[in-house]
Write a protein that binds this ligand. Structure first.
Ligand SMILES: Nc1ncnc2c1ncn2[C@@H]1O[C@H](COP(=O)(O)OP(=O)(O)O)[C@@H](O)[C@H]1O
Ligand SMILES: [Mg+2]
Length: 373
């Protein structure tokens, strides 16, 4: 059992029989572990409090406080409950395995001790512990990185927006105040400038919303409100923007929901904007908003009969900057659905889709957790 690379572990042995203590102590010290020894439950609890070990080997039959009770007390205290406990039991003790697990023991070793068995069981638990610690550290690192990234995109989009606003204002002034004095070529250039910076502004606005939708700077404000009216409002704005052809919208009236109005509005603007964009070339475009009941829960949907997509190729649909339609005619950066998903998830809901190429797409969402998944 020589394992020179083994990390050291700090082990506490609790046994009222000094010979047992000595035997285990020698065995484990020789393996390179830090080992502490105590003779009863009270001392054990004290030793753990002073310095929590990585692992406890705990005799069951002891006077005053038996091993079960020691274990129970350790598990009842949030500071010590994660320390793994391996019970030590003699064959002639009345050893209750079920109880040992019930009080929180993680394994047991029978006396008389066999060197190999003890080492393997100890090392198993310590390995588990090391892996858990590693995971915890990684999770913690990831959380920090995520927060930094969030703050980064929040700040970047905020700062870019301010500067871009200045450029926009100047371009506007140039165009509308001095445009007539400038020759045609310069006017054209200025027009391009204005178009490009408007487009850039939209991208920054989307980025800003993406970070805002996740950001914990902003508390959600929950209200009950008429989602159908909100959809009407968004649709009438969309109609003004898409002046090409009359779009058919079917909106189920008086659907009330509970949620953050600002965030839900962003979500629906994105879904309806997509439905509108991807039906631009459809002969008789029709966009529908409504609700249905599924598994005793209300599911809302935005349905269109536009270009659709192949659902088998859509696994990255909700990942920022992924687009299924790469063409130039449909503007976008692929941030919208990522934002929508974050908003729905912040409301404890889920979002999913149905789509058929050239026949249309439907996006479904809930606003609380679905019961059985
Ligand atoms: N209603 C829809 N019909 C067809 N494809 C859609 C629809 N909504 C979204 N998509 C696909 O998902 C992609 C990502 O959408 P989104 O995140 O809103 O980004 P963007 O609108 O900027 O392209 C779109 O580029 C498109 O390929
Ligand atoms: Mg979009």
């Amino acid at each position: 059992m020589n394992n020179p690379n083994k990390d050291q572990g700090d082990i506490l042995i609790v046994d009222d029989v000094p010979e047992n203590l000595q035997l285990l102590f020698t065995m484990l010290t020789e393996q390179g572990y830090e080992v502490r020894r105590v003779l009863n439950g009270k001392q054990a609890l004290n030793a753990v409090r002073v310095e929590p070990p990585d692992l406890i080997l705990l005799d069951i039959k002891m006077p005053d406080m038996d091993g079960y009770e020691v274990c129970q007390r350790l598990k009842a205290d949030s500071k010590t409950q994660d320390i793994p406990v391996i019970f030590l039991s003699a064959l002639n003790d009345a050893f209750d395995k079920v109880k040992a697990f019930e009080v929180g023991g993680i394994d047991y070793i029978s006396k008389p001790f066999q060197l190999q068995e003890v080492i393997i069981r100890v090392e198993n638990q310590l390995n588990l512990l090391r892996m858990q610690n590693k995971l915890k550290r990684k999770n913690h690192e990831l959380e920090i990185i995520n927060k930094e990234l969030e703050a980064f995109s929040y700040t970047v989009s905020h700062d870019l927006r301010n500067h871009l606003n200045i450029i926009n204002n100047i371009t506007y002034l140039l165009n509308h105040k001095y445009g007539e004095k400038l020759d045609d070529v310069v006017q054209k250039y200025i027009q391009s400038l204005e178009n490009e910076s408007t487009r850039m502004g939209e991208i920054i606005e989307d980025l800003w919303r993406l970070s805002e939708s996740k950001s914990n700077y902003l508390e959600m404000v929950l209200d009950s409100f008429n989602l159908s009216s909100m959809v009407e409002e968004i649709v009438s704005k969309l109609r003004q923007e898409t002046d090409k052809k009359p779009q058919k919208f079917i909106i189920e009236p008086d659907i009330y929901v509970m949620g953050d109005q600002g965030l839900i509005k962003i979500a629906l603007e994105n879904l309806l904007d997509n439905a509108n964009k991807f039906t631009a070339k459809t002969k008789e475009p029709c966009i529908e908003f409504g609700k249905l009941e599924k598994d005793a829960q209300t599911v809302y949907f935005v349905k269109d009969n536009g270009r659709g997509f192949d659902p088998k190729k859509a696994d990255k649909l909700f990942t920022p900057f992924h687009r299924l339609h790469k063409d130039e005619e449909v503007a976008g950066e692929g941030i919208g659905l990522a934002t929508v998903q974050r908003i729905i998830e912040r409301h404890g809901g889920k979002i999913w889709y149905d789509a058929i190429p050239n026949q249309g797409a439907t996006f479904y969402f809930t606003l609380q957790e679905m019961p059985d998944n």
